[in-house]
Design a protein around this ligand. Structure first.
Ligand SMILES: Cc1cc2nc3c(=O)[nH]c(=O)nc-3n(C[C@H](O)[C@H](O)[C@H](O)COP(=O)(O)O)c2cc1C
Length: 362
């Protein structure tokens, strides 16, 4: 078994273990319809064992950046169909990453819903892009009510169904990087005193309920989940991450998911300066052994460290982010030890084909 050998993840055959990490590129239209170059961009990267799409909001209130795509309207589904068809024609497999940003947002992204929602009314430190790309301080979010959590769960089911209609091969639940579901998990952002707050069991409940809701839509073998234990991006903290994430990962086992996707904290940065967490534990080493199914690792990997991770059974696949942006044929380049094209951070977010569809093939 090597980085380049095929495998079966749940119900999905993957041709290698070089996966494309979910990468927000902020090139969608204002109404959350993917941009016209998205099909070409993803099809160029179809040699990945699995493509995980950029984070895609499940509702308008789930949006927190300009130019991110959604999966809640028929117009969005029509454009996503072109993306999935292009990837399939090129022999690729693509999952959609289901996203709700929670407090990492601004009223301008969803004016009719008002303030961003979060488990608790705690303002994150840092700044946010408004709908018109202006940087401003975060607002203090509104605590989401139990009634709204019921609606939220319906939005996840709706989005999961639309992802199927759009022709994706599965879905990844985004519960990482300080967005809504991670905000529920960690006690730095969840101070609720109802059934979704307090104990570790309560803080994990929403994620488990959502998984149980979307598994009937897809089958468990086509549903993955992404977690970022120890990640500090988006002002995240927890008083006991090992206990929290150990509980959650063990609670995922009976669900028989397609995979668990773990981000190493040494690179949880979503495009800013790399946030190196000094002395951070390796999440693969800590948590992989607790999970019965396939594990995908991400965060600062190169060919050597990816091969080590596979050889030591720390992970079954490695998702590459930044170097997949600049190397559309990354699996082939890694396998042949070819030079990699350096990525240009200034074109990560927004813009047109520059830094998106114009990186060269070998
Ligand atoms: C431009 C950019 C956009 C990203 N967007 C997402 C995203 O939409 N969803 C997500 O879970 N992670 C996102 N991430 C994190 C990556 O998936 C990945 O975990 C991170 O880049 C570390 O992997 P790397 O060192 O191979 O780049 C993003 C990272 C970058 C650089």
């Amino acid at each position: 078994m090597t980085l380049f050998s095929p495998d079966k993840f749940g119900d999905v055959l993957v041709k290698n273990r070089v996966f494309m990490a979910p990468l927000t590129r902020m090139r969608a239209n204002n109404d959350g319809v993917p941009g016209s170059l998205a099909a070409q961009y993803y099809a160029q990267r179809a040699s990945a064992g699995l493509i995980i799409s950029e984070a895609t909001q499940i509702s308008e209130l789930g949006k927190g950046y300009p130019g991110t795509p959604g999966i809640y309207s028929s117009e969005q589904v029509s454009e996503w169909k072109k993306v999935t068809a292009a990837v399939h024609e090129s022999g690729g497999v693509i999952f959609l990453q289901l996203w709700h940003v929670g407090r990492i947002s601004h009223t301008s992204h969803h004016p009719k819903d008002g303030l961003p929602v979060a488990p608790s009314a705690i303002k994150p430190t840092g700044q946010v892009y408004t709908a018109s790309w202006a940087l401003t301080d975060y607002e203090t979010p509104r605590e989401i009510s139990l009634e709204e959590i019921k609606e939220l769960k319906l939005s996840y089911i709706h989005a999961a169904k639309l992802a199927k209609e759009a022709g994706f091969d599965g879905v990844e639940l985004h519960a990482a990087n300080g967005y809504l579901l991670d905000q529920f998990l960690q006690d730095g952002s969840n101070l609720r005193d109802d059934k979704y707050g307090g104990s570790i069991e309560n803080r994990c409940k929403l994620i488990l309920e959502i998984l149980e809701d979307i598994i009937p839509v897809w089958g468990s073998g086509r549903v993955g989940i992404r977690l970022s234990p120890y990640g500090t991006f988006n002002d995240m903290k927890d008083s006991d991450p090992v206990k929290l994430f150990s509980y959650l990962i063990e609670a995922l086992n009976p669900l028989n998911l397609c995979y668990l996707h773990l981000i190493e904290p040494r690179a949880t940065s979503a495009g800013g300066d790399d946030q190196i967490v000094e002395d951070a534990p390796k999440t693969g080493q800590l948590f992989t052994k607790l999970f019965d199914g396939k594990v995908v690792l991400a965060g600062g990997f190169d060919k050597i460290s990816a091969e080590q991770a596979i050889d030591s059974s720390e992970g079954d696949a490695v998702a590459f982010g930044r170097i997949f942006i600049s190397n559309p044929d990354l699996p082939k380049r890694l396998e042949s030890n070819s030079l990699l094209t350096a990525y240009d951070r200034s074109t990560f977010y927004g813009g047109t084909e520059k830094g998106y569809t114009d990186y060269p093939f070998m």
